[in-house]
Write a protein that binds this ligand. Structure first.
Ligand SMILES: Nc1ncnc2c1ncn2[C@@H]1O[C@H](COP(=O)(O)OP(=O)(O)OP(=O)(O)O)[C@@H](O)[C@H]1O
Ligand SMILES: Cc1cn([C@H]2C[C@H](O)[C@@H](COP(=O)(O)O)O2)c(=O)[nH]c1=O
Length: 199
């Protein structure tokens, strides 16, 4: 089963991802992320740092996704493992339409079409929802990507909420203002429930 963690920068995904290592150790999940699980992830980070052309940037994110599926996700799912990915295709569907706006007639349609036929749909997606000003406050000391700016993150979060509204059986909304321990317990319990029902 494929579980994904999504949300704007600073919403707490990586903190939860790290905590789940211990909380779900008995299930022996494969922990992975996008970008970062393949060497293409380094090229993606360079493209973002240099603010490369948004179409080139989007294509690199998709290339990283294809390699991630090929080298990590499909083999692990084939072995019956639970895979927990910090960011996945919904990051593309939430972020890239914001930077591609005005460059293409239908950025989301273009992105979706690029994933059709080969990408693997997650079984459950936890969407961390947090007021943008709080997310920016949390990451103020380590601002990294140009996405980490209020106007962009507001638009990204709206895109995420639209994706979740269109696919309510997959998305689980997480109130990222809650205490870390409460979030860890809730998500770990939910993943255990999914794992039991997929057996
Ligand atoms: N529930 C929480 N309450 C308060 N602070 C939190 C909570 N969860 C995470 N944080 C803190 O917020 C900061 C950002 O968290 P984290 O790096 O996990 O976010 P992220 O969603 O992975 O961000 P990015 O997408 O930019 O990597 C960290 O300093 C973390 O300790
Ligand atoms: C997978 C993916 C990511 N992004 C953006 C979102 C973040 O600002 C960075 C990733 O870095 P982090 O380690 O999660 O902070 O890239 C994106 O725009 N599109 C994507 O598909």
């Amino acid at each position: 089963m494929l579980i994904t963690l999504e949300g704007i920068d600073g919403s707490g995904k990586s903190t939860l991802h790290a905590a789940l290592h211990e909380a779900l150790a008995d299930l022996d999940p494969v922990f992975t992320r996008e970008p970062g699980a393949t060497w293409i992830g380094d090229a993606v980070r360079r493209a973002v740092a240099e603010r490369m052309d948004p179409i080139a940037e989007a294509l690199l994110f998709v290339a990283d996704h294809a390699a991630h599926i090929d080298t990590v996700i499909r083999p692990a799912l084939g072995e019956g493992r639970i895979v927990i990915s910090d960011r996945y295709s919904d990051s593309r569907f939430a972020y890239q339409p914001v930077v591609l706006a005005g460059l293409l007639p239908d950025p989301l349609g273009w992105l979706r079409q690029m994933h059709d036929g080969w990408s693997i749909r997650p079984g459950r997606t936890f969407l961390f929802v947090l007021p943008v000003e709080e997310a920016l406050r949390r990451i103020a000391a380590k601002k990294q990507e140009y996405f980490e700016e209020a106007t962009i993150l507001e638009a990204v979060q709206k895109n995420y909420l639209d994706l979740a509204a269109a696919d309510p059986s997959r998305f689980v909304l997480v109130d990222a203002l809650l205490e870390k321990e409460e979030i860890f317990g809730f998500v770990a319990d939910e993943i255990r429930r999914c794992a039991r029902s997929s057996r």
